[in-house]
Design a protein around this ligand. Structure first.
Ligand code: PMP
Length: 424
């Protein structure tokens, strides 16, 4: 048994560096918040495809729609041509998501990934304003293409570009300089002062809660001040909701609580409903500057994505899912607070909200150790932050309560194994 799985690893060594290093198994099946590997070992999914599986693995309602669509000879690939699946999605997205929130956006299909959405958002802002510079924030994560990487505040990832990336100015995110410093003032000053050397930007791009960057959360006041600064200077505000959107923080859009109205919103990951590649860029109608053919891409109109996404929207027709997220968030918060109190000399902070919360470890390596040991206890969880110092709890929004509690209990067991013999 062991020999055969090692053989698989040898074969998979041909894959460029990836998760096989941290989660050493070959997965085979999944259902809602559970995964099984080839050997039949069961795992609890506290990672949810980095936020791509908000409605769980193989969501039954969505799967039924997909199977039916395939059986009915529904079109799978149509470039960006109009299809019934696309039309239905657009109508339902407006009805269920935008109209009740009194939001008006035109919808662009930028390509299949979050990176595509960010790239198209930045291009739109440059085209609208005729300016080049983009303001981004420390620890931001926006994607892997040159433009989105330029706006990613992580020198390790940027190193992958092999060259320095132009036309971005980084400003400290909320909390970066400690709780008492209002970093929006820095942005305001830089933009007001010709002596700052900062070119008037096309856009400010931000995540309301930085998923990859360590679960840093912007306050409502800070977000409102950033919006006001954008309005004052005629700068477009882009909210990258690729990871925090579709309910991760508790509401469909992560910026709802702050009451801000971004000019452009990037969505991907869970918008595809079933883990299917799909992305949207929501653009205020007055900023739709695109002519046919100017921004295209072969996989922009994933019809299976539209079918899955349309069915997933039914979760947002009432507030049942939102209430479930709030209740589960409380379960996670209480559990993590308990762990922080118990292991206070190792765990320095609890971060995040909704179904993305995490523990910040004093020794960054301990977060990776927790992730590695949790895997041995049948829990898949990942780390984030510039030093991988935050261990994240990020299950599908549809996780069964008992499974959530079971996963949290296993994390406690792991921490007990890590620390109790050495005393905290
Ligand atoms: N923006 C944010 C906030 C993300 O978390 C990610 C992915 N982790 C991206 C953009 C890029 O998305 P993708 O990996 O689909 O290109």
């Amino acid at each position: 048994e062991k020999a055969s799985s090692l053989q698989v690893f040898d074969q998979m060594e041909s894959e460029v560096r990836s998760y096989i290093r941290s989660f050493q198994t070959v997965f085979k099946k999944a259902s809602n918040a559970k995964l099984w590997d080839k050997n039949g070992t069961e795992y609890i999914d506290f990672f949810a495809g980095a936020g791509s599986l908000n409605y769980g693995h193989n969501n039954e309602g969505i799967r039924n729609k997909l199977v039916q669509y395939l059986m009915d000879d529904g079109i799978t690939h149509s470039l960006d041509m109009a299809t019934e699946a696309k039309e239905t999605f657009l109508v339902r997205f407006n009805e269920i998501i935008l109209e009740p929130r009194k939001l008006q956006y035109k919808i662009m299909f930028p390509g299949p990934t979050g990176t595509n959405s960010v790239e198209s958002a930045m291009k739109t802002a440059r085209k609208v304003t005729g300016r080049k510079n983009i303001i981004s924030f420390t620890n931001a994560f926006h994607g892997m293409s040159l433009g989105s990487l330029a706006a990613t505040g992580n020198s390790f990832k940027r190193g992958g570009a092999g060259v320095s990336l132009p036309d971005t100015t980084f400003v400290p995110y909320d909390g970066y300089l400690g709780g008492s410093v209002d970093t929006s003032m820095i942005l305001d000053k830089l933009l007001d002062d010709p002596g700052s050397g900062v070119d008037l930007p096309a856009a400010v791009i931000l995540e309301t809660l930085q998923g990859e960057g360590g679960l840093n959360e912007a306050s409502v006041d800070w977000l409102q001040r950033i919006e006001a600064i954008c309005r004052k200077h005629g700068i477009l505000l882009i909210v990258d909701d690729v990871q925090m959107g579709c309910g991760r923080t508790g509401t469909f859009f992560s910026f709802e609580e702050a009451g801000i109205e971004p000019d452009i919103v990037c969505l991907s990951k869970s918008i595809g409903g079933y883990g299917l590649p799909m992305a949207l860029t929501l653009i205020k109608p007055e900023y739709d500057v695109w002519n046919p053919g100017e921004h295209n891409g072969t996989f922009r109109g994933n019809n299976l994505g539209f079918v899955a996404a349309t069915e997933a929207l039914s979760y947002w027709k009432d507030d049942e899912l939102e209430r479930k997220i709030a209740a589960d968030a409380e379960i996670i918060r209480t559990a993590l607070q308990g762990l922080k109190a118990k292991y206070s000399s190792h765990i320095v902070e609890l971060r995040g909200k909704g179904l993305i919360q995490g523990l910040v470890f004093k020794k960054a390596d301990d977060a990776s150790r927790l992730s590695k040991e949790a895997f041995k206890h049948g829990v898949i969880m990942e780390t984030s932050g510039a030093h991988d110092e935050v261990a994240k709890v990020m299950p599908p929004l549809t996780i069964e309560k008992s499974l959530l509690q079971e996963g949290l209990a296993r994390i406690e067991e792991v921490l007990s194994d890590m620390y109790d013999s050495t005393a905290s």
